[in-house]
Every structure is written in C-alpha cells, then in structure tokens.
Design a protein around this ligand. Structure first.
Ligand code: GLN
Length: 368
C-alpha cells in the first residue's frame, strides 16, 4: 500500500512537471511562430483529412421511420472538437441544425439523477446493457419492475416521466434550461419533427403502455411521451454537441461559458451508462474499438467524451443498422486510434490529443 502511494506521488510529480514543461514549450512556440493558429494546425489538419476521406462514403439510410427526418440531406457532414480549455477545431457543416434525438437521453438522465438521487433512481431504471436495439420492447421481467437502462427508449421514457416540475410546461422548461446550460445558448424545439414523431411514434407508445401494465411508470404516459418527443426534437448543431460533450469531459462545467450544467457528482454515473449502453447493441464493439463514452441519435449525431480533455461530435445522417451514423462511427474510430484516445490505451496514456494540439510530437499523427 505504502509502495502504491509512493508510486502514485512520484507519478503525480512527474506528470505535473511534464505539464509545466509542455506549457513552457507552448509559450515558447507561440513566441517564435507569433500565431497560436499555426501551433494548433496539426489537429485541424487531421480533422480535415478525415472529413475528405469519409465524405466519399455514401452508405447508410436516413431515419425515415420518423417521416420528417427523411427530409435530411444525406451529404451533410460535420466534425467538431471542443477542448476543456475552450478551443474549437472543426470542419464541414458545423452550423447545420438537426434534432438531438436519443443524445438527449444522456442529459435527461443527468437531470433525473439530480432530481431523485442515485439510489432512488436506480430502483426505477437499471444500468444494465441489453444488447438489444434502442427501440426494443421491454423485457418482460416482472421481478425487476424497471427498464434495463436509461439509453434504450423504454428507460428514457421512464426517465423523462421522472423529471420534476409543477406542470408539463414547467418540466419542459426545466429540460430546455438544462440544454441551454450545456450548449451555452437558448435552444428551441423543431415543431415539425416533434409533431411527426408524436403522430407516428406507435412503437414508443406501445413501450409506454407495456411499462404502465408492469407498474414501471406512472399513469401519465401521454404527458411523458410528449415530453420525451419534445426533448428528442431539441435543435442543435455539431458544434453544440461537441460543447455538450466537452462539458461532461470538464466535470459538468461548460468550457465556453463556465456554467455548471450538471452536478459534478453525477458525471461519472452519466459517463458510465454512456460507456456501457450509449451505442445500444453496438456498445460492446464501440467500447472495444473506440473506448470512449458516447451517445448517438437517429438524426445522425454522435458525441463522445474524452474525460478531462475534450468533447468530440460528428454529424452525418446516414445510419447503420443499429441507428448510429456511419461516418460518425468511422471518424470516431479513426480519431480514437490516431490520437490514442481509447480509455484503456495505456501506451498512449491519453496524451495523443494534447500532443496533436501542441504539434510537438509529429509521430503521433498518421494521416491517411
Ligand atoms: N426519438 C427517437 C425514438 O424514440 C430517438 C431514437 C434514437 O435517436 N435512437 O425513436
């Protein structure tokens, strides 16, 4: 034990000295180049080359089961990265808005944790990955009386039904205010998408009715479904998603506005569930290949969190059979590999991203 403590202390001192050295090097590089832009260009170049490479890929399907989402342009493609010190690197259609869809589940879960506390919430919604598609009907497990996890639709509808408020408007406003803190500006609902899903979301209605039957949710299911469809229809762009992910990477503090978006105590709960359940029945392969907590939505967004370092988002509406953006998957796989971002890639020690930003370690980047 004493040895461990000693080793830890030694490591900490070494890391702190390395950090000081790195920041001195950066200051020196700034002095001699006269421009921070030049120093940052290696990471920007990497994003641009991935954009060029994957823009050619045209496979995948739009999420036409929500008729309004079928109007998306299949060529839309954006990559955005926001670091915990507030720098942005991005390429493509970063200003193009789209609905957040299932990515909202992550943030609603954070609000339900704050509203009820970890232990109470665990009695209502589990944290067990299912290996089933996001919209699968609930497993008829009469013992547990709770949906498996908050990332599949059943769990997410149950979570939304637990958001506190005096009225449905109050609950919606609390959710919108929370999104505001995460993105740093007011957010709006895409009414046509909301109405489109409200009119056609029979499967989600069936899930809610089954949960009511098994006593997993209270009787106000129409209200819960409306709020769920509204939270899924919040408009964001790719940069917004990267800021949201960076906020989680930064212990719940928005790195652009310094607003505390969520209680820091719950960030680890949110990230754990994203890691194990965020990519649905692709979550295992994602954890294996990318190794970052992430969440996707059927309008084509994916966000991934690099703890203590950055948030990364990709937007491209062509989806694979799991409902995940294909270009998004590929870009995040490539970024994780090239920058050594996988949480268990101990050889890189998580320093690939910092190195790419600093441009003082050209061997890290292997551009295609
Ligand atoms: N609103 C969508 C639904 O419930 C969200 C699904 C998703 O993004 N995976 O079907």
């Amino acid at each position: 034990m004493a040895g461990l403590v000693l080793a830890d202390g030694w490591l900490f001192t070494r890391l702190s000295r390395l950090k000081v050295l790195r920041s001195q090097l950066r200051q020196f590089a700034t002095m001699i180049s006269g421009s921070m832009g030049e120093i940052m260009s290696e990471l920007q170049t990497l994003l641009e080359s991935l954009y060029q490479q994957y823009q050619q890929h045209q496979e995948g399907e739009l999420a036409c089961y929500i008729p309004e989402l079928c109007k998306a342009n299949p060529n839309w493609f954006a990559i955005s990265m926001v670091t915990v010190d507030g720098q942005t690197f991005q390429v493509g259609n970063c200003e193009q808005t789209f609905t957040i869809q299932s990515i909202s589940k992550v943030f609603a879960y954070g609000m339900a944790l704050a509203d009820h506390g970890r232990d109470t919430l665990l009695t209502k919604v589990g944290v067990e990955p299912t290996g089933d598609p996001f919209n699968s009907l609930i497993r008829l497990d009469e013992d547990s009386k709770r949906p498996d996890n908050p990332m599949i639709n059943a769990g997410a509808i149950a979570i939304t039904s637990l958001i506190k408020g005096n009225s449905s408007t109050d609950r919606l406003n609390r959710l919108l205010d929370m999104f505001h803190r995460y993105v740093g500006h007011e957010v709006f609902i895409d009414m046509p998408v909301f109405m489109s899903e409200r009119d056609t979301g029979h499967r989600n209605r069936a899930i809610a009715h089954l949960m009511l039957n098994f006593g997993m949710i209270d009787h106000k299911i129409d209200e819960a479904l409306d709020l769920y469809f509204q939270q899924c229809s919040v408009l964001v762009n790719c940069h917004d998603l990267a800021v949201m992910a960076a906020t989680l990477a930064c212990k719940g503090v928005n790195p652009l506005t310094q607003a505390q978006a969520v209680d820091p105590n719950y960030v680890k709960d949110i990230l754990s569930v994203m890691y194990t359940c965020g990519m649905y029945d692709f979550a295992g392969e994602w954890a294996y290949k990318v190794g970052l907590p992430a969440k996707s939505g059927v309008s084509g967004g994916i966000l991934a969190v690099v703890p203590n370092q950055a948030g990364i988002a990709v937007f491209s509406p062509l989806l694979d059979e799991y409902g995940n953006s294909i270009r998004g998957r590929r870009v995040l796989e490539a970024l994780s590999q090239k920058l050594g971002l996988h949480l268990f890639d101990l050889s890189m020690g998580g320093c690939g991203l910092q190195d790419a930003m600093d441009s003082d370690s050209p061997t890290v980047i292997v551009t295609p």
